[in-house]
Design a binder for this molecule. Structure first.
Ligand code: PLP
Length: 390
């Protein structure tokens, strides 16, 4: 019996401690964590600098209110804006909330332009969160079913299809923005073509649309650059992130530049907890460690290493449809549902994830070394080979 609402299908394991990429359960068994709390624990568990900042800040000042100036929030805002080439930041407590801020920015932008019923283009298979607006924006019927009426004002387009966007531009005068993940995480690790984002930027400029990127999962070094859009030499107007930013403390950020950076005025938006001294001081440490230790570069290197080893070891395995992803967002699509692999991996001392029914997803901490990367590739390849032959 449990007193918790039935929102998750949980694995029958409880972890009591973590160190680096390793977790320990109640029986003392150790697990290599190739999920990172779903892309959160970028620096690994119990990272010394993070622990130190949390301890110091908790002993100094945890919370005041956004009614007052917050030094750590100012510093984090300035740092993130410098890293992202953005101008202004809004802080909240999760990825969904950060997307809510972006959606509200788009609506306000449309309102100011005199658009009667502002609409945002969103993608098939996308995931933006579980609040009403963000589940309405998401391209996944499963998370919407039962929660109708959905929030209106979203126009759906196929992912990575620039012609579809051109067609919408010709036919829909209500569109004011595009919101998309540069790598779809929950939707199955789909990536965009190298020239897609530049082409989308051009359309947004020509139409006067805001380009808004959801980097909740792909941000903070995970794909090999601090933000994924930095691979493509294109700047969005709005970028949203969360997950890895706090290494486990709840924080979300909505960053903006240009006209989007100036839209919110006092009273338009807010958050009681958002951007408090504890989470901001911690996130600042996280961003600094990612930079100083060149963890985005390590994500690119180790992602490549894991992908190459998986490709070698799974060559000829006909149940493997495709290898996808970028950096340490790795997806292996199989030809059948494979959720049972999560339990099988757990039995062997490894945490993996399956998304979209048939895509094995790996999101290890950005600090993994060669030996840990090899262990992930070996174990996952063995599991998939056994599964395919069973
Ligand atoms: N956006 C993306 C791309 C995500 O991957 C997620 C979570 O998986 C979210 C938004 C929602 O974030 P949160 O669960 O912190 O609300």
């Amino acid at each position: 019996m449990t007193a918790l609402m039935n929102t998750y299908g949980r694995q029958p394991v409880t972890f009591v401690s973590g160190q680096g990429v390793w977790l320990t359960d109640t029986d003392g068994k150790r697990y290599l964590d190739a999920v990172s709390g779903v892309g959160v624990v970028a620096l690994g568990h119990s990272h010394a600098a993070v622990t130190d900042t949390i301890s110091r800040q908790a002993a100094t000042l945890m919370h005041t209110s956004n009614l007052y100036r917050i030094d750590a929030q100012e510093k984090l805002g300035a740092k993130l804006c410098a890293v992202a080439q953005m101008e202004k930041a809004f802080f909240c407590n999760s990825g969904a909330e950060a997307n809510e801020a972006a959606i509200k920015l788009a609506r306000l932008y449309g309102d100011k332009k005199g658009v009667e019923s502002p609409a945002i283009i969103v993608m098939e298979q996308s995931f933006h969160g579980r609040t009403l607006a963000t589940l309405s924006a998401s391209g996944n019927r499963k998370i919407q079913a039962g929660f109708e009426p959905l929030v209106s004002g979203f126009v759906r387009a196929p992912f990575n299809d620039i012609e579809a966007i051109r067609t919408i531009a010709q036919n829909n005068r209500q569109v004011v923005a595009v919101l998309m993940e540069p790598v779809q995480g929950e939707g199955g690790l789909h990536t965009i073509d190298d020239n897609y984002l530049a082409a989308l930027r051009q359309i947004c400029d020509a139409q006067g649309w805001l380009l808004m990127l959801d980097e909740v999962q792909s941000g903070n070094g995970r794909t090999g650059t601090y933000f994924c859009y930095q691979h493509y030499g294109v700047l969005p107007d709005v970028v949203v992130t969360a997950k890895g930013l706090g290494n486990g403390l709840p924080i979300g950020a909505c960053l903006a530049r240009g006209v989007a950076a100036e839209l919110f005025q006092p009273g338009n938006h807010g958050s009681t907890f958002g951007g408090n001294p504890l989470v901001c001081a911690t996130a600042l440490t996280v961003v600094e460690v990612i930079e100083q230790q060149k963890l985005a570069a390590n994500a690119a290197k180790q992602g490549q290493r894991i992908r190459e080893k998986l490709q070698q070891k799974l060559a000829g395995n006909r149940s493997v449809r495709e290898f996808r992803g970028k950096g340490l967002m790795i997806g292996i699509e199989l030809d059948r549902p494979c959720g049972e692999l999560v339990g099988k991996a757990l039995a062997r001392g490894m945490l993996i994830n399956v998304t979209s029914d048939r895509v094995v997803r790996l999101l290890p901490p950005l600090i993994i070394n060669d030996a840990e990367a090899d262990q992930i590739a070996d174990t996952v390849a063995t599991l998939i080979n056994e599964f395919a032959n069973a």
